[in-house]
Design a protein around this ligand. Sequence first.
Ligand SMILES: Cc1cc2nc3c(=O)[nH]c(=O)nc-3n(C[C@H](O)[C@H](O)[C@H](O)COP(=O)(O)O)c2cc1C
Length: 385
Amino acid sequence: MQESIPAPSDILELIIRLEIVRFSVNHHVFATPRMPKRTLLRVTASRKKQHIDFTLNRNVGFRAKTTGFENLEFVNNALPEINLGDIRTSAPFLGHTLTAPLMVSCMTGGYSDALPINRQLAEVCEETGIAMGVGSQRQALEDTLYHRTFSVVREVAHSIPVVGNIGAAEVAMMKNAGGILRLVDLVRADAFTVHLNPVQEFLQPEGNTNFRGVLQGIAMLVRELPVPVIVKEIGAGISADVARRLLDAGVRHIDVAGAGGTSWAGVEIMRRKNAGEGLPFWDWGIPTARAVREVAGLKSASMPFTLIASGGITSGIDAAKSFALGADLVGAARPMLQALHRGGKRSLKNLIASWVNELRGVMFLTGSATIADLQRATLVPAATK
Ligand SMILES: Cc1cc2nc3c(=O)[nH]c(=O)nc-3n(C[C@H](O)[C@H](O)[C@H](O)COP(=O)(O)O)c2cc1C
């Protein structure tokens, strides 16, 4: 078969398109949904790289808003009637038993530098016996080039729960679960996470703001995937109303990922050419402690579900307060990444060990032998200074 020779005008168009891509990537100008597939691929990979750079090197925390955990304190139990050595922090999650109910929240994958990051995160999670999520696998749907940045997690983490990840806007466009099944296989996931991120998409220069059909897409995944679906926010929180709609759609794992930690509005505002635009949204979101309390209120014997608290968790004390508010598991993203960046695996392991130690301390001081006991511990408004 004779191959057609491109007309000079086609070649010219190709050269212009390549120049646009090169310029876009070098100058942080971003894709539009009409861009060709190859361009989208490079833009997705470049965005994931930028997210790591920004969260490590810029001040992207909430500015005026906190998680609210600092406004709560435990009641000291001076008669705990418990031996510290008998305390058990272990907890079930997705058919596994974790040494402590902690997870490294979904962060990265899909560009070359993500390989060592995901490998090291996974090694630490495996060695410490906690769960791990991978970052958005959207790029892996677009191309196989960086598949290993995701699959490496399962290569080194055999015994812990690993969860896959995709964004809400992608799910809204899906007619069936075919693509997601491939992503589940890629990391041999124990569950698959859909992240809800409307404020991020709104502020992202190349954001996809069509959220029509997200809930329907989630319900389709619940029906069609062989593993549970986790729905999480990314730092603006899930309200009781949204949680109720998710539960009605069949979701049984909710991660509130509330406000007070990493501001994804902040990250996207910084990525914009005109950073002033969007500033009023920097602190948008439901504080984590409030989101956990509200969503936990929906738990009942007839509607049990797994509640994950994340967004601004910075200590074992925050984690303990989350459990007392009704969470079953606690996740953290940026603090884990920062620890890895600061001092490698040893530093991350130290951070996790210190959180578990603080958790055990709170369990001892509240007379809680298990996480289930801690979930019944009393929190009161913190004494004022
Ligand atoms: C570098 C980085 C990349 C992230 N990428 C994703 C992602 O791909 N998918 C997702 O669901 N959440 C992603 N997140 C959000 C986190 O999972 C988490 O919900 C959020 O950062 C709030 O937690 P934190 O305050 O502990 O950072 C990312 C977070 C960081 C720090």
